[in-house]
Design a protein around this ligand. Structure first.
Ligand code: NAD
Ligand code: MG
Ligand code: MG
Ligand code: MG
Ligand code: MG
Ligand code: MG
Length: 331
């Protein structure tokens, strides 16, 4: 078992007298800034003056500065801008202003692992990555709980990088739930693999394939949506709280028998072979390089066209209709 660390293993006093600069105020940024502030840490938020988030952050009682000023003020600087913009923000505003001996922090390893950001040797570089959406990081903290998080050290200039990263993780509430040590390589590659093969790419294609199969066979799109999309959450919630066994306990024996007969016919040896290929392309930088060129050279042409085409799929149309009828679903 990987070792878990909790509040008692972290020394939050290490952040006393230090300034933590949070660059960006989106999903993760707002959660880190507000949780740290509520944990008694001196926080400043770095944003472009033009950003509409400035007002939001100020209203929440935070000190807001231009990115370069916030970086200059920070003993710890957490970069929470979109991954595809981070290298530009780093070159323009972080590198020229980062104090020597400061700690540069990330919530995902992509830019360090794939060499898009090459930090100076005179700083600490670490990661604190909550394993959940930013809005959950905030809401759990407010309820006295936390979201489990990973931490990793890439560069330990001060000799205290590990302890500082753990203190930061505790400051955002992760020490209440569990903090696990990893490396930039492991976090980046497993994160990319999980979202591509299973959580996002895998799940949406599986749902669409099931939906299309039923609709093409003449069943109503509403029935197809309920069976292949809507019920996924109900099943996953059971797995999330009690594993496959609890899910199978809750479903009928007929469903359980069908599960055993059919699952392996859908996720075949061929699928597993392809998963290995996907992982290999993550490991050897093929995917990273594709994503970087998509942003830099192609101006997101393929990404945005695909987003539009996906929104036009019948599963999205019927889903929107049905969700309107389900008044109990939270917005
Ligand atoms: P986001 O898109 O929600 O927010 C990005 C923020 O950066 C916004 O406040 C935006 O105004 C600001 N920004 C954009 N360009 C900027 C610039 N040039 N200068 C200054 N600020 C700029 O991003 P996010 O989803 O919170 O992701 C931030 C980091 O957290 C990424 O590394 C991501 O991989 C990681 N992460 C995100 C989640 C998540 O829940 N979304 C989970 C784990 C890790
Ligand atoms: Mg998004
Ligand atoms: Mg992930
Ligand atoms: Mg990810
Ligand atoms: Mg059913
Ligand atoms: Mg059962």
């Amino acid at each position: 078992m990987a070792k878990m660390f909790y509040d008692k293993d972290c020394d939050q006093n290490l952040l006393k007298g230090k300034t933590v600069s949070i660059i960006g105020y989106g999903s993760q940024g707002h959660a880190h800034a507000l949780n740290l502030k509520d944990s008694g840490v001196n926080v400043v938020v770095g944003l472009r003056g033009s950003s509409e988030n400035c007002e939001k952050a100020k209203k929440a009682g935070l000190t807001v500065m231009e990115v370069s000023d916030a970086v200059a003020a920070g003993d710890l600087v957490m970069l929470l801008v979109p991954d595809e913009l981070a290298a530009d923000v780093y070159k323009a505003s972080v590198a020229p202003n980062l104090k020597s001996d400061a700690m540069l922090l990330f919530a995902h390893g992509f830019n360090i692992h794939y060499n898009q950001i090459v930090p100076a040797p005179n700083c600490d570089v670490a990661m604190v990555a909550p394993k959940g959406p930013g809005h959950t990081v905030r809401s759990q903290y407010l309820e006295g709980r936390g979201v489990p998080s990973l931490f990793a050290v890439y560069q330990n200039h001060s000799g205290m990088a590990r302890e500082l990263a753990m203190a930061y993780a505790a400051g955002i509430g992760a020490g209440r739930a569990g903090i696990m040590e990893t490396t930039f390589k492991e976090e980046t590659e497993t994160d990319l693999f999980g979202e591509q093969a299973v959580l996002c790419g895998g799940v949406t294609e599986l749902m669409k394939a099931g939906f299309d199969t039923l609709v093409e066979a003449g069943y109503s799109p509403e029935m197809a949506y309920f069976e292949c999309v809507h019920e996924m959450k109900l099943i996953v919630d059971l797995i999330n709280s009690g594993g496959f066994a609890m899910m199978r306990y809750s479903i009928s024996d007929t469903a359980e028998f069908g599960d055993y007969c059919t699952g392996k016919r859908i996720v075949t040896q061929e699928t597993r072979k392809e998963m290995k290929k996907v992982l290999h392309e993550i490991q050897d930088g093929t995917f990273a390089s594709k994503w970087i060129s998509e942003n830099r050279a192609a101006g997101r042409a393929h990404f945005l066209a695909t987003r539009r085409m996906e929104a036009e799929h019948p599963v999205e149309k019927v889903g929107a209709q049905l969700r309107k009828m389900m008044s109990w679903l939270k917005k």
